[in-house]
Design a protein around this ligand. Structure first.
Ligand code: FAD
Length: 374
């Protein structure tokens, strides 16, 4: 019998696997996809998550490939509203690292393979769970069954584990839509993150490896079928920045919502990552939150496998991680509110307040800490 089966080999499941394998637990990660993902969804890795990824053994590889973003600037109508530096607030890793999610996942998968080449099982679709002292996981297609002491559902927002365990989700849809795309960096902002607080809605821009930049623009409706040229035009109109549509490598319209599991633990089944809490991508917190779940869960699993009563430990895990998710949900809601369209005079008044706030050192440090998940 295995110690742990992790359902889902996304960034969160792979990170937990690396943390557990390092402690010599027997682990299988069952991943539906037959090949590594290619999605460039999450790009920002915050300092607390970098700390976790150091323990997982991928920190140095990530630093070699990623871009270190030392701070950000907020602009509006051609002027500066304020700026923050991550240096003062995070001495250990004084930056947010940007790297496409697919690369992060590839580095984590490589690390898991190095720790145990049998651990990551691709093409295994989990279809059922049975909690009868041990947990039995049925992986469809190949008709395989795995027995483990504990099962972790890291299988994303539409979690099968969550559904089979009968854990309900609550949440709501936000009115905000965005259009996101990666383009060659044609500007002078270098490694800075930039927020354009404009009347038509926010535009965000972040450096990426390979001379690229991620652009995210608030839109009135979800622009299904939009083209790179349309996003470039929208950005030029709102910010004055010209992009080259032919350099676009990724384009994605998305809506925003929050979904939270009522509990993260049910007997020997534990949820982490998006399976437990799906939050808006604005603010770049979801994947980071999942890694912090993994870091909190790994020692609890270690103690349970060593014979300690897992009940109180898992109850504390459930309580503290759901509280952390609540904080992240509120932070992302605030980030989205900051980016909604506003009539010109209201925007000017709001920006005047923000200018004052960014100018106050303690508020500036607070903002830097909030933006970098401290
Ligand atoms: C546009 C966008 C931008 C984002 N930007 C950021 C950002 O900058 N920073 C940030 O922190 N977060 C960001 N996020 C959120 C981030 O992408 C997610 O929080 C993150 O992917 C969650 O990781 P996960 O491993 O929990 O779930 P997932 O990434 O969803 O991985 C789940 C895995 O489980 C597998 N799986 C599912 N069902 C089964 C099954 N039945 N059997 C076997 N395997 C299964 C899936 O194939 C998948 O590989 C963004 C999201 C979006 C949409």
């Amino acid at each position: 019998m295995l110690d742990v089966v992790i359902v889902g080999g996304g960034p969160v499941g792979l990170c937990l696997a690396a943390l557990l394998l390092r402690e010599r637990h027997s682990v299988r990660v069952l991943e539906r996809r037959g090949a590594p993902g290619t999605d460039s969804r999450a790009i920002g890795i915050h300092p607390p998550a970098l700390h976790v990824l150091r323990d997982a053994g991928v920190h140095d590889a990530l630093l070699r490939e990623g871009v270190r973003v030392p701070g950000g600037v907020a602009r509006s109508r051609g002027g500066v509203v304020g700026s923050v530096s991550f240096a003062a607030s995070t001495p250990a890793n004084p930056f947010v690292l940007t790297i496409p999610q697919a690369r992060t996942e590839a580095l984590l998968a490589r690390r898991v393979d190095a720790l145990d080449p049998r651990a990551l099982v691709r093409g295994a679709v989990v279809v059922g769970l049975d909690d009868g002292g041990q947990v039995t996981v049925s992986a469809g297609g190949r008709g395989m069954t795995y027995r483990a002491r504990l099962v972790v559902g890291a299988d994303g927002a539409r979690s099968t584990v969550r559904a089979v365990a009968g854990i309900r989700v609550r949440g709501r849809d936000y009115p905000d839509s965005y259009l996101m795309g990666d383009f060659a960096d044609t500007g002078d902002d270098g490694v800075l993150a930039v927020l354009y607080l404009e009347a038509g809605g926010i535009v965000e821009s972040f450096p990426l490896p390979g001379g690229m930049r991620r652009w995210v623009a608030h839109t009135d409706t979800t622009l299904h079928g939009a083209t790179a040229a349309q996003l470039a035009t929208l950005i030029r109109r709102r910010t004055g920045v010209s992009l080259e549509p032919e350099t676009n490598t990724m384009l994605s319209p998305f809506t925003t919502r929050v979904r939270r599991a009522e509990r993260m633990v049910s007997g020997r089944i534990i949820l982490i990552g998006d399976a437990a809490h799906e939050i808006s991508p604005i603010g770049g917190l979801g994947m980071n939150l999942g890694w912090l779940d993994a870091a909190a869960l790994a020692p609890v699993i270690g103690a349970a496998l060593a014979g300690h009563d897992p009940g109180p430990l898992l109850a504390a895990f459930d309580r503290t991680r759901r509280r952390a998710a609540g904080r992240a949900v509120r932070q992302s809601a605030l980030n989205m509110a900051l980016g909604r369209p506003l009539p010109g005079p209201v925007l000017a008044a709001r920006n005047a307040v923000l200018r004052q706030a960014f100018g106050a050192p303690w508020l500036n440090t607070l903002a830097a800490r909030r933006f970098s998940m401290q």
